[in-house]
Design a protein around this ligand. Structure first.
Ligand SMILES: [Zn+2]
Length: 106
């Protein structure tokens, strides 16, 4: 049996991408990695935050279930988010407003 990757899909066929909201009291801490590059070592991850539509979720996945691998796609950049529930949160709307203001003044 082949391993199956399960993505949560939206009705319009796009993949559901949640908003990973960086916040100091979030239950998730992304794995910190140091990656050597030609510009010197880059530190990636090590960010504390939460999934906006499910603030108590304390993992990012993927989750292994038998031969199935359940993906939890997320982005720290609100512009990449497709999850309608994440987009409904006041924090998301505020982040998008702040981005619009940054772009307007930049
Ligand atoms: Zn979501």
């Amino acid at each position: 049996m082949e391993r199956q990757i399960i993505n949560k899909m939206l009705p319009d066929g796009r993949i559901c991408i949640h908003w990973f909201r960086p916040c100091d009291d979030g239950p998730i801490n992304t794995e910190a990695k140091v990656i050597p590059t030609q510009f010197g070592p880059f530190k990636m991850g090590g960010v504390r935050g939460q999934i906006a539509c499910n603030p108590t979720q304390n993992y990012l996945g993927p989750i292994e279930r038998g031969m199935q691998r359940l993906m939890c796609h997320r982005s720290e950049d609100p512009r990449a988010v497709t999850c309608p529930t994440c987009m409904e949160t006041p924090e998301f709307k505020q982040a998008m407003n702040e981005m619009a203001n940054l772009q307007a003044s930049g």
